[in-house]
Ligand binder design. Structure first.
Ligand code: ATP
Length: 285
């Protein structure tokens, strides 16, 4: 991993009071995220869960620096990622910031250059960040994510969805990030491929010590890969804590609704309707 080690005992990532409000085309505003706070230790893993529109991607984008918060701060290793500098940021600053946090999206198809083979894609990422793009390094990155010599020569349309996501993860890892933010990174994959990618991410975390921020609408997905979970609803955090505790003994009616919505043996969709009514009641109270 690059960079310095965190100051004694301090979390690697500290998110404090983040807020983002968008102007709507017809006038008016929408607060997509408000008062979002959590921490992530070095090598830790946190899940951000909630239904569609709850503000998860907005938070992920603020972490990665793709969206500027209206309030609050994102600090990595004690350094504020959004602090304004006179004259703007230099290219070097921007690249250094990108190396701290890398992001993997739901659909890597759009973010992969159709002209480049998988090997060339990694070479480009390494060069951009000033790493020597030596063949050994490219091969070991591909190997790290379970891609071989055939895939190294393939372009994006010649790779399966799972292979494309493996390549996107390899590209993110090319710069030795401290933190990977994965925004619905397995949502578009078949369940069996999802399991393989989740297993791969767990191994990468174990081997490299990279910390994970796992954004998902699916509680079953965060259950296996995160230590802590943050539950978002309509732009705010309704519950957060150790994943085991949140999933076993949810305190908020909305978390119970999310849990009830996960299909399982003897699952009855009418339970979801009931849980939704309870969540609405709890909100009105
Ligand atoms: N650039 C934008 N301009 C206006 N509104 C936006 C913008 N980006 C997001 N929103 C709105 O902010 C709210 C939160 O969106 P966000 O994408 O963060 O939610 P989400 O939980 O990630 O949902 P999904 O999983 O469906 O992407 C939504 O109501 C969305 O329409």
């Amino acid at each position: 991993m690059n960079g310095n080690s965190p100051q004694d005992g301090a979390p690697l990532l500290v998110v404090e009071g983040l807020r983002k409000t968008f102007r709507l085309p017809g006038g008016g505003t929408l607060t997509a995220a408000d008062r979002i706070s959590f921490t992530l230790p070095e090598g830790g893993s946190v899940g951000i869960v909630g239904e569609s529109g709850s503000g998860k991607s907005t938070v992920a984008r603020m972490l990665a620096g793709l969206e500027r918060p209206d309030a609050g701060s994102v600090t990595v290793n004690g350094r504020d990622r959004h602090s304004a500098r006179r004259g703007g940021r230099s290219r070097r600053d921007r690249l250094a910031r990108a190396r701290e946090i890398q992001m993997v999206f739901q659909d890597p198809y759009v973010s992969l250059d159709p002209r480049l083979t998988a090997g060339q894609c990694l070479r480009t990422a390494l060069r951009l960040h000033g790493h020597p793009a030596v063949e050994d390094r490219i091969r070991s990155l591909l190997d790290r994510v379970g891609l071989g010599a055939r895939e190294a020569e393939a372009r994006r349309h010649e790779l399966s969805g799972g292979q494309r996501q493996r390549l996107a993860i390899a590209r993110a890892l090319a710069v030795d990030p401290r933190i990977l933010v994965l925004d619905e990174a397995v949502a578009a994959l078949d369940v069996s491929i999802q399991a393989q990618i989740l297993q791969l991410l767990a191994e990468i975390r174990e081997d490299t010590g990279v910390a994970l921020v796992f954004v998902s609408h699916d509680l079953a997905v965060v259950q296996h890969i995160t230590d802590e979970t943050v539950v978002m609803r309509r732009g705010t955090v309704v519950e957060q804590g150790p994943t085991d505790r949140v999933l076993r003994t949810p305190r908020h009616a909305y978390t119970r609704l999310l849990l009830t919505s996960v299909p399982h043996q003897d699952w009855d969709p009418s339970d979801v309707v009931r849980a939704r009514a309870e969540a609405a009641e709890a909100e009105a109270a």
